[in-house]
Write a protein that binds this ligand. Structure first.
Ligand SMILES: [Zn+2]
Length: 237
């Protein structure tokens, strides 16, 4: 199987897994950089994230222009395209309308790492927030989101959701799962009182034990099994 076909299949799997985990619905997408090029592969605009297949994927350049595919690219492809343009280390990007992260983005309170399993894929310090609530439909808006992301792994989009980046599709998937669970715990804890947020040293020690290929693979395999059990892994291509 060629490298790009392998990426398309893995994106189709991860989309169905994100759907099964409740992290995307009719919207939201995950993409991957085409190695050694200025192109990316991403889910198409119109196909359900629950049934999207490898052959449905589209290729765009880093200006969001369609290069290959039978469908149009998602309208917010600029978020992905400009993140790859801004940072050579990013190999995969997800944009989620994840519920609890969107909720936390709506309050004037920083979202810090504060629980050890979920939450170790970002930090130290609070998650950055991109404050413009408009959808990301231009190159300039994509560049602005990339600036808010900085050198980090995720950025909250105020009243909207998040963008998560990483070194591989599996890493981004694991970070998406972690981020939403961390947000859910942070929200519940904040209802009870001031949250005991992790300081920089605590965050770094938690991250050292958590940000590993073996942990990422465990999160991926568990969610792949759950998605298969739900009957959503047929016909990936
Ligand atoms: Zn969006």
């Amino acid at each position: 199987m060629s490298e790009i076909n392998d990426l398309k299949k893995k994106l189709a799997m991860s989309s169905r897994m994100l759907f099964n985990a409740g992290l995307v619905d009719y919207s939201g997408h995950i993409s991957a950089r085409v190695p050694r090029s200025d192109h990316l592969v991403i889910l198409p605009h119109p196909v359900s994230r629950a049934i999207v297949a490898a052959d449905d994927m589209v290729v765009t350049d880093f200006d969001g222009k369609l290069i290959e595919g039978k469908y149009k690219a998602p309208s917010e492809v600029y978020m992905h395209a400009r993140a790859y343009k801004a940072r050579d280390d990013i190999q995969s990007v997800a944009h989620l309308h994840n519920h609890m992260v969107a909720v936390l983005s709506m309050v004037d309170q920083p979202f810090f790492p504060a629980s050890s399993n979920p939450g170790a894929f970002f930090g130290p310090g609070p998650l950055p927030v991109y404050m413009d609530p408009a959808l990301i439909h231009t190159i300039d808006q994509g560049d602005a989101v990339a600036r808010s992301l900085g050198k980090g792994d995720a950025v909250m989009l105020r009243g909207h959701g998040s963008m998560v980046v990483g070194q591989a599709i599996e890493w981004v998937f694991a970070a998406c799962v972690d981020l939403e669970e961390a947000a859910s715990r942070f929200y519940k804890a904040s209802l009870l009182g001031p949250v005991r947020v992790y300081n920089e040293d605590e965050t770094r020690r938690v991250m050292a034990g958590r940000r590993k290929d073996s942990v990422v693979q465990k999160i991926w395999d568990h969610n792949a099994a759950k998605t298969k059990l739900a009957g959503l892994m047929e016909g990936i291509g």
